[in-house]
Design a protein around this ligand. Structure first.
Ligand code: AMP
Length: 304
């Protein structure tokens, strides 16, 4: 099944306790596409970059069978730029700078052939742009997943709440779930978020795993204990890419299958954090992914 991915394609500069990068390739949609490509070869991208964005990075996406027809390249403009610094405890980070650049006037245009994509991943982006993409779909996708972050909640909470009415699954981190719901308890936060529209919510807790809620049930997936955690940037997006990639591959959106999708998403996130930026994702192959998913199964498998 095809997946339409919307989100940022960006330059990032990252500082963690293990090192610092200059401008490297990043962006929510970049991570989502690279991650989903291990499950699916019908990935349709809608995003925008400036003239400064390297052709080689677009080529990398093409090699992963991502259709970049919907990637606008704005002449004379600059690509979205984000820089962040992680604390000693890498579950916490500060955004140092966000330069919207091409995003400021981004009008997403969904190519005709993408408008019937069966799965829709609304990656982190202005909620109004996420809504514009939704309104261009010719057929309601089987599943709509939305990811967002505090930056957009601070600026455009009302737009975000409007968009939430139309989505099936919201992925969000623990702090953002608390901000969106006004509740500290994640169980209460999930209930409030579910009352705003989504049928399911996934609350990501960094190295402490992820919780999947629907109205009646909850499922927990741990994060894989890793020897090397170098840079958590993009882990949430890789999680989302693995999650929707697996659901689209199996074409089953039951809660039981979502549990498996959460494990596949967690496996993809565990690769992402091992090296800076997207590097690890471009080094691994299908058998690495299969092996890692088995590691997850072994990690949580026990008898009583
Ligand atoms: P994550 O670590 O999963 O939250 O995603 C990090 C990626 O999100 C980076 O590659 C950034 O380029 C991108 N990003 C940072 N801030 C924003 C924002 N306000 N909107 C969209 N994408 C962003």
């Amino acid at each position: 099944m095809s997946i339409l991915v919307v989100g940022t394609v960006a330059f990032d500069a990252i500082e963690t306790p293990f090192g610092k990068t200059d401008k490297i390739i990043g962006g929510a949609a970049t991570y989502i596409c690279l991650s989903s490509s291990f499950f699916n070869n019908k990935i349709n991208l809608v995003s925008v970059v400036g003239e400064d964005f390297p052709d080689s990075a677009i080529q990398t996406l093409k090699e992963k069978k991502v259709d970049v027809t919907g990637l606008q390249i704005k002449k004379g403009e600059k690509t979205f730029f984000w820089s962040g610094k992680y604390h000693e405890n890498m579950n916490r980070r500060d955004t140092l700078e966000t330069q919207l650049n091409v995003l400021e006037n981004f009008n997403p245009i969904v190519p005709e052939e993408f408008k019937k994509s069966e799965y829709l991943m609304l990656g982190n982006l202005m909620p109004s742009v996420q809504k514009k993409v939704l309104s261009q779909m010719k057929k309601k996708p089987k599943l709509i997943v939305l990811d967002t972050m505090n930056f957009w909640m601070d600026l455009f909470m009302d737009d975000l709440k409007e968009a939430l009415k139309e989505v099936d699954v919201l992925t969000i981190n623990d702090e953002e779930a608390r901000q969106l719901s006004g509740e500290y308890s994640l169980v209460k936060a999930a209930k409030i978020i579910l009352s705003k529209g989504p049928k399911c919510v996934i609350i990501k807790k960094g190295e402490h795993g992820a919780l999947l809620f629907n109205e009646k049930e909850v499922f927990f997936a741990p994060a894989l204990p890793l020897e090397e955690v170098c840079d958590p940037t993009g882990a949430g997006d890789c999680f989302a890419g693995g999650f929707i990639g697996y659901l689209a591959k199996t074409d089953d959106i039951s809660f039981e299958n979502m549990k498996r999708a959460v494990i596949n998403g967690s496996a993809m996130a565990s690769f992402c954090v091992e090296k800076f930026g997207t590097q690890k994702l471009t080094e691994i192959n299908q058998s690495d992914v299969d092996f890692r998913v088995k590691e997850f199964v072994n990690l949580v498998n026990f008898e009583i």
